[in-house]
Ligand binder design. Sequence first.
Ligand code: CP
Length: 304
Amino acid sequence: MKHLVSIRDLDKTEALELLDSAQGMSQVNDRSIKKLPTLRGRTVVNLFYENSTRTRISFEIAAKRLSADVINVSADSSSVSKGESLKDTAQTLEALGADCIVIRHPMSGAAQQLAGMGWVNSSIINAGDGTHEHPTQALLDALTIQQRLGSDLTGCRVLIIGDVKHSRVARSNALLLSLLGADVQLAGPVSLVPMDLSALGVRISHDFDIALESTPDVVMMLRVQRERMLENFQESEAEYVNQWSLSRKRLSVLGDKSLIMHPGPINRGLEICSDAAEDSRSTILQQVKNGLACLLYTSPSPRD
Ligand code: CP
């Protein structure tokens, strides 16, 4: 696998193998000496046109643990701010020795463009492109579910809640968890859950409380992405909390073994209350930890 742009790049066997390997790699993170020689002599560039805490730092730590040289480039402190194009930026990075470019970009399709246009020979990993996909987030989420509920996700009931429209996390998770046999339902306000998402092979609903009656195994809350909303969200915030927040009241009707997931960063008091985020059923920090394990495996290596 040279690139990882979309969950659609994987079939079920490849996805399961990748998750098995990531589970094995997670042990590296528990060793006293956390280095592997896998990427010695390689250069990984993290090219981020959008802010990130979890993804950028996880990619940096993973590449360092695999002995690569790592360079972090943020758009606002590079010549991108002078108008340099994506093509010219990527070719410049490759001329400087990049074997792998990890890209986060506000434009849906940016990673695909880099991987598919023949501008560079580097491996391309999509760290989130616009509202399209965030494949490594879906992989770390699937690994987390496997660790908590067992490796076979067939029939696992997953409820993904909130601002689906702007969520690349929701798209990648819907694709991956469906591929692995889970029963995925997307729910949120009509304005934030377009019906055309049913083409992903998932069910759609517009009532959180009714959706909770189906006793989901996993409730995955999504961040309200104000930065991608053209309209003024503030006006309807109280209504959103009332209808779509994982509140203390809704927390009390969740099953004892149901998982509470959130990709982060969380808006406490908006899509999720603090009690839910810190509940024993919450996997939020386990998800972060598993990101590192997944990236240790998905970072390109000499096997490619
Ligand atoms: N989940 C996620 O992608 O978080 P960051 O934006 O902090 O990378």
